[in-house]
Design a protein around this ligand. Structure first.
Ligand SMILES: *Cc1c(COP(=O)(O)O)cnc(C)c1O
Length: 226
């Protein structure tokens, strides 16, 4: 089933890229495996999937250890607390959820101590819904400036979550604001910020149209989480 889901999803992603006038490989699929066991990750891995995303620091730590030796590219996409950064920094290939200078500084400290350079995304609050996590544009600039002066971190992109609404225009606007902020950062000299992590099961087609380079998709691959 996971095999078939992945096959269908990859076809839809390629079709979406073509419709948007983008290259077939313009977008990387991150399979969000949170709350699913490692046997499900291994099933997806056997089907050729290599990028996996996790949300919870201890769960990430455990799965990372259990699957050590596989050629997995790990994405940490969940909210991070300072005291949990140690489970993630230097182990995840990408951290998508950097939303404060405080977390950024902790990642820098942990990753520099391991002599690693941690790839990070800044999480941007791209909509006005109260439930959305992430930082405002001003705070993103502050983090970009801080990251440029800290060891052990490389800012590679912006991450956002669109609001859970029916209205496609509201979702599209959130993605568009994220892309525009990335362009603003580039103009201001933060040229390493090239990636856009946006798009989930319910909204990935819109995200592809708005320039996403990393889709974070769980349900369409693994089914509903309990
Ligand atoms: C769970 C989660 C996803 C995947 O959501 P689906 O709707 O299952 O595709 C993507 N991004 C983040 C930050 C998540 O927490």
């Amino acid at each position: 089933m996971i095999n078939e889901n992945l096959k269908q999803l990859n076809e839809e992603i390629i079709a979406g890229c073509r419709e948007a006038g983008r290259d077939d490989d313009a977008v990387t699929l991150v399979a969000v495996s949170k709350l699913f066991g490692t046997e499900k990750i291994e099933e997806a891995y056997a089907a050729g999937q290599r990028h996996f995303g996790e949300n919870y620091a201890q769960e990430f730590r455990d799965k990372y250890a259990l699957l050590n030796g596989k050629e997995i590219i790990w994405h940490y996409i969940g909210t991070l607390q300072t005291n949990k950064v140690k489970y993630v920094a230097g182990n995840a290939d990408y951290i998508h959820s950097v939303d404060s200078v405080k977390i950024l500084a902790e990642i820098s400290k942990r990753s520099a101590a391991k002599r690693c350079v941690q790839n990070i995304f800044f999480e941007f609050k791209s909509s006005f819904e109260e439930t959305k996590s992430g930082s405002g544009a001003q705070e993103v600039f502050t983090m970009a400036e801080a990251a440029a002066n800290l060891p052990g971190v490389r800012a590679v992109g912006l991450m956002t979550m669109a609001p859970f609404v029916e209205d496609e225009k509201v979702i599209r606007d959130a993605f568009r604001r994220t892309r525009l902020l990335k362009e603003e950062l580039n103009r201001a000299g933060y040229t390493s910020v090239t990636e856009l992590s946006m798009g989930m099961t319910g909204d990935f087609k819109i995200a592809i149209e708005e320039g996403s380079t990393y889709l974070r998709i769980g349900t369409a691959i693994f089914g509903e989480r309990s």
